[in-house]
Design a protein around this ligand. Structure first.
Ligand code: PLP
Length: 423
């Protein structure tokens, strides 16, 4: 018997980031040299103490409370109190199997519409599509550093039926940029005035290259849900542990999400939750680890951005995370001769001709005919890079030369892009 999925689900594709990883593996297995700037995965090993704690707790076999292990919620709450200076109690925290699942459930629970500035993370939109949720994308601009401007937000709130959920992600995937305090305050004030709930996706917050991430919850604590987890800063994407911190005012939403969790995934893997407690409590080791991760990412990100900029690619130096969002618009005429008119063809041809994997801007919500793409500078050995950075005193500046051969593939990949563009 043949059965088809519901019509609105027929057009769904696999998430672009996961699909590109499978494609890169396939090409590499076929013997092609691949420069993997595709997948957004931390290159670093999980901190030793966290892995050891997971091993030590592997015997734990029972389900945990749906909301998450109390000790973990307590540690996450303390972390937010301390770093974001927002008053969060353990009762306001919800642990989930990755923040992706929590974001999906939030969009399921809320009425009204979602507002998303683009370029944006690949999954917000498709989640809305699965849920038949009204989604309004706001096109931000290169000239504004891809930031959502207050007037764009106000106009959108007026034009789209509420209640509204605004998803803000900073430091951002795919651009590696963030908001300053003034920008956050202005957006927070508009949201307060219009009763907009903010989902503040701060999964890269601890990977702000200078360790200076500011949460918008500081300026709008009663309407902001902070989203984060172990996937990026702790390099544990495959462990599937994310968390939301809700304002007290949104406790009904939190409770409904927990009810849904109880009928779907039940709880996050028990040993992983115990290991996560360690990750949030062992401040000294984690800060040491993060210092080096940040310094390495800053060095490599800056190298990639400046090398591309020197070759006339439009690009901003990154502030956090491990992404760049280059715009190849200045090469429009040359690309036209190669029959390239959009970001998808650009990435496909680049991959075929030179083995460089980038993800087209179109999957991040940008118009198809723009010539931008995401470059994830994570194709280096993170363990060796950590060793290298640790051998250099904290006071000294880590340069790309210090990293030597560790970044050979990154350098070659960037050079291949430039040669291909100029060919
Ligand atoms: C901006 C952003 N938000 C959320 C997620 C989801 O992360 P996880 O489900 O692993 O917590 C990702 C993962 O790539 C991301 O880049």
């Amino acid at each position: 018997m043949i059965q088809n999925p519901e019509t609105h689900l027929n057009k769904l594709k696999r998430s672009a980031t996961l699909a590109i990883n499978e494609r890169s593996d396939k090409l590499a297995n076929e013997g092609k040299t691949i420069y993997r700037f595709g997948i957004g995965q931390s290159p670093f090993p999980i901190p030793d103490m966290v892995t050891k704690t997971l091993q030590g707790n592997a015997f734990r076999k029972n389900y945990l409370p749906v909301d998450g292990l109390f000790e973990l919620r307590q540690s996450v709450a303390k972390y937010h109190q301390h770093t974001d200076t927002v008053a969060i109690e353990p009762e306001q925290v919800l642990i989930g199997p990755g923040s992706k699942e929590l974001i999906f459930t939030l969009q399921l629970v809320l009425g009204g519409s979602t507002i998303i500035p683009t370029p944006c993370w690949v999954s917000y939109g498709p989640q809305g599509q699965i849920l038949k949720r009204k989604t309004e994308f706001i096109q931000t601009n290169y000239a504004d550093n891809w930031r959502l401007l207050p007037n764009q937000l106000t106009k959108t709130i007026k034009g789209v039926s509420g209640p509204h959920l605004l998803i803000l992600n900073y430091p951002g995937n795919p651009d590696g940029l963030t908001y300053n305090q003034d920008e956050l305050e202005k957006l927070a004030n508009i949201c307060r005035k219009n009763n907009v709930i903010i989902l503040s996706d701060e999964i890269y917050g601890r990977l702000h290259h200078k360790g200076k991430h500011i949460s918008i919850a500081r300026f709008y604590p009663e309407g902001t849900i902070i989203s984060s987890g172990l996937s990026k800063w702790c390099a544990a994407g495959g462990w599937r542990l994310g968390h939301f911190a809700f304002p007290k005012e949104l406790k009904n939403i939190r409770n409904t999400m927990a009810c849904i969790a109880s009928e779907t995934y039940s709880c996050v893997t028990t040993p992983v939750q115990y290991a996560a407690v360690k990750a949030y409590q062992d401040h000294t080791n984690m800060e040491e680890y993060l210092f080096h991760c940040r310094r390495i990412l800053e060095t490599i990100g800056y190298y990639c951005a400046t090398t591309l900029a020197t070759a006339k690619v439009k690009i901003q130096p990154p502030i956090g995370a491990f992404y760049l969002f280059p715009d190849f618009g200045p090469f429009k005429a040359l690309l036209k001769r190669k029959n390239i008119h959009d970001s998808e063809t650009l990435c496909e041809k680049l991959l075929q001709d030179s083995g460089v994997v980038l993800l087209p801007g179109s999957v991040f919500g940008r118009p198809k005919n723009e010539l931008n793409a995401r470059l994830a500078y994570v194709n280096f050995d993170g363990a060796l890079a950590l060793q290298n950075s640790r051998s250099l005193s904290k006071e000294r500046k880590l340069t790309i030369d210090h990293l030597g051969d560790i970044v050979a593939e990154v350098k070659q990949g960037i050079n291949h892009i430039i040669t291909w563009l100029e060919r």
